[in-house]
Design a protein around this ligand. Structure first.
Ligand SMILES: Nc1ncnc2c1ncn2[C@@H]1O[C@H](COP(=O)(O)OP(=O)(O)OP(=O)(O)O)[C@@H](O)[C@H]1O
Ligand SMILES: [Mg+2]
Length: 208
């Protein structure tokens, strides 16, 4: 029986996913939860190589190639790191996971959602995050690495807003799993996350 709890952190560029995920992992470890922390892509050997390709700004990469590389990295992560731990009593914390691909490549780049969902079905082998935090903020309130060119900035803001809307759609479709957390100060944001986490633990006591 699956015993591990999978918690993922999601949201648009620079919203504070890594900050909150790290705080959450520290909190769990302090409270003696056996905790693993993976980031996507880049946790596995192949994932690290794929991350380099995905993050290199100079290469002209087709949107669909980009999607396939993200999915390849995810397959490695699931097969090599997550599945071997899934029957143990652990918390697996993920900095980005399936919803990033749906939001960015699906809703943002407008690649077919059915394809992404089908690929995920195969890659995930029946597992899924139990709880997902989406840190929500208007794109224009965040500092993103897009330079000072106003045309590029505008284009990028429009893209990030499409991604943001994508996350909201996912949260509406899966309200039990996906929780929208409004981005406030780091501590206030974290408090909302802990409240949701404690509620989740109360509701699922005995299931894990
Ligand atoms: N709630 C917050 N209020 C103010 N600043 C924040 C908040 N959360 C994070 N930051 C700061 O914003 C920057 C981006 O945070 P972080 O790296 O956690 O975001 P991210 O969502 O992981 O970004 P990326 O999409 O690039 O992975 C960091 O400098 C961080 O210290
Ligand atoms: Mg990050």
């Amino acid at each position: 029986m699956k015993k591990a709890i999978i918690v993922s952190f999601e949201g648009i560029d620079g919203c504070g996913k890594s900050t909150q995920a790290k705080k959450f992992v520290n909190y769990l470890r302090k409270n003696n939860f056996d905790t693993l922390f993976f980031r996507e892509p880049g946790t596995t050997k192949i994932g690290k190589k794929l991350r380099k390709i995905l993050l290199s700004k100079n290469d002209d990469i087709s949107f669909f190639t980009e999607l396939l590389l993200y999915l390849a990295a995810r397959n490695e992560l699931v097969e090599k790191k997550i599945l071997p731990e899934i029957f143990k009593k652990k918390i697996i914390v993920l900095d980005r996971f399936i919803d990033s691909t749906l939001a960015y490549q699906g809703y943002g780049r407008k690649l077919p959602l059915e394809f992404i969902e089908k690929a995920h079905q195969i890659i995930l082998r029946g597992i899924k995050p139990d709880l997902t935090f989406v840190i929500d903020s208007p794109a224009h309130e965040l500092k993103t690495a897009i330079g000072k060119n106003p045309d590029r900035l505008e284009k990028s803001l429009k893209f990030q807003e499409r991604v943001r809307k994508g996350y909201k759609t996912i949260a509406t479709e899966e309200p039990e799993r996906v929780k929208i957390v409004k981005r406030k100060s780091i501590e206030q944001t974290f408090k909302q996350i802990l409240d949701i986490w404690n509620e989740f633990l109360d509701e699922h006591q005995g299931n894990y």
